[in-house]
Write a protein that binds this ligand. Structure first.
Ligand SMILES: NC(=O)c1ccc[n+]([C@@H]2O[C@H](COP(=O)([O-])OP(=O)(O)OC[C@H]3O[C@@H](n4cnc5c(N)ncnc54)[C@H](OP(=O)(O)O)[C@@H]3O)[C@@H](O)[C@H]2O)c1
Length: 465
């Protein structure tokens, strides 16, 4: 048996340090030897929870299957890991210290006879590895990372940027990611469109981190199934749902009224619900569907929930836009385009997303004094039920390079959780990096057009009257 023993003192409360470390998927953020880590069993972390951790070897990699064998909240967690070449027993203890938390990490390695016959790794090599891991953990818990802002000296060009929408773009960017150890336990977050795709993954990741969620969905049975699945996957018992068809302003207004009546502060509002409509249709209220769902709805919802955002300590609004907006200029008269004979679902969609981006920048400016951060993100191209339904030919051609829903949703989660993300407002993000909002000169709108958008939305008739 070879024993490694390290201690570290971090300036974080014990409950936060414990919550971060006991979720062993975070090893991928702080342990330099870990390539990938995932939870293999559903539910909250408890005795019996299993994690799959893939570690780098000098040549290739090795899979470790960890199992939690002992867990005393905020005090101690013991995990046993098994692999082809060795087993390892990790005992991690937490104690309050003057700085915050003292973490004591002990790892006992048991090499297989095969490895012992070949010559087990030297004790000094293992000790170096242990020191690096614990240093990585201390850095993760210090949670002091820079915000990746747009490089002013590097013009973003259309084709290279488009290539970053693929899963390759995600994987390149992910190499530069920082750990995300901020605690959102007890924060209240509202997510629209959580029944599938990016919204579902976002809800799952935020629930895993202990956030209290209100999910907005439009179909009662689907909502029940979604919440049951999220509870099973995450073990959370803090997920509520509200019903609203967000393409109907009467339902948006009723939702706003219900939530304001409930009065619970909203720390994070995620405007995610959306769809690309290939045929031009009007809602029962007589609005073109893309305009209603993708622009007027998030406008009314966010404006209506502002009193609840104001109640939170450091509120964040996250608008999910689309890279499609890069093709369109803001033209307010075309947003409700009644006159065009040939409708294009992709163009209608991209125009609303462009307008939502402009609105994001405007809100960020107008609400800065009240401390409300407003950002947009686009997920690249992610393989979700929405894409499968609306863009089957695009999906057939790009299937091999599409991101997973997890990869697409990653930046939504980061904007909701990361400490450094809270320092941004009025920005567009892809893969946790601020991006230019225009890739073509011809799409730049004038200040007058921006003002026109705000006047148009604020004076749009009240359809619920
Ligand atoms: N996937 C991508 O590559 C991609 C790229 C750029 C932008 N986006 C944006 O990302 C967001 C999420 O899309 P996704 O790809 O995850 O699509 P998705 O799988 O179809 O999810 C869309 C979500 O929005 C909900 N929704 C749609 N219409 C609604 C309505 N009238 N009222 C209430 N909820 C409604 C859906 O509910 P139901 O389950 O009831 O239909 C679903 O929960 C959208 O804003 C989309 O424009 C996605």
């Amino acid at each position: 048996m070879t024993v490694l023993h390290e201690t570290v003192d971090v300036s974080r409360p014990v409950n936060e340090a414990f919550a971060y470390v006991s979720d062993f998927t975070t090893t991928a953020e702080w342990d330099p030897t870990v390539l990938h880590a995932s939870q293999s069993t559903p539910g909250a972390i408890a005795v019996g929870t299993e994690f799959k951790v893939v570690c780098a070897l000098p040549v290739g990699s090795i899979d470790l299957q960890y199992r939690v064998v002992e867990l005393t909240a905020n005090k101690r967690i013991v995990l046993h890991g098994r692999s082809r070449f060795f087993n390892v027993h990790d005992t991690i203890s937490f104690a309050p210290s003057a700085r915050g938390t003292k973490i004591d990490y002990r790892a006992e390695f048991f090499f297989t006879p095969f490895v012992r016959a070949l010559g087990s790794p030297s004790r000094s090599a293992l000790q170096k590895m242990g020191r690096e891991s614990v240093a990585g953990l201390a850095e993760a818990l210090a949670d002091d990372f820079p915000l990746a802002l747009k490089n002013k000296h590097r013009a973003e060009k259309l084709l290279p940027e488009l290539s970053l929408f693929t899963r390759l773009g995600y994987r390149l960017a992910a190499k530069r990611y920082h750990p995300m150890s901020a605690s959102v336990a007890g924060s209240h977050m509202l997510i629209t469109g959580a029944s599938s795709g990016l919204g579902y993954v976002t809800a799952r990741e935020l629930a895993r981190r202990g956030a209290e969620l209100t999910l907005i969905m439009r179909d009662g049975q689907k909502a029940q199934r979604t919440v049951a699945a999220l509870e099973r996957e995450t073990g959370s018992s803090k997920i509520r749902w509200e019903l609203a068809d967000l393409s109907l302003m009467s339902e948006v207004e009723a939702l706003v009224e219900r939530l304001n009546k409930r009065g619970q502060a909203i720390d994070v509002l995620i405007n995610n619900a959306g769809a690309l409509f290939n045929t031009k249709e009007e809602t029962a209220e007589g609005l073109e569907r893309s305009f209603a769902l993708l622009l007027l709805s998030p406008y009314r919802l966010t404006e209506g929930l502002k009193p609840l955002l104001r109640k939170a300590a450091a509120p964040r609004v996250i608008n999910v836009v689309s890279g499609g907006m890069y093709s369109q200029k803001l033209q307010v008269d075309l947003l409700t385009d009644e006159t065009r004979e040939r409708y294009s679902g992709s163009i209608a969609y991209a125009r609303q997303k462009r307008a939502l981006m402009v609105l994001t920048q405007q809100w960020a400016k107008d609400w800065a004094a009240e401390g409300i951060a407003v950002n947009a993100m686009h997920p690249g191209w992610a393989d979700t039920p929405g894409v499968q339904r609306a863009l089957p030919a695009f999906r057939r051609c790009t299937r091999r390079v599409l991101r997973s829903a997890d990869e697409g949703a990653d930046t939504i989660v980061w904007l909701a959780v990361a400490t450094e993300a809270g320092r941004a407002s009025g920005k567009l993000f892809l893969d946790r990096e601020a991006k230019s909002t225009h890739l073509l000169k011809k799409t730049r709108e004038s200040a007058a057009e921006r003002r026109k958008l705000l006047a148009f939305l604020s004076h749009f008739p009240d359809l619920s009257a």
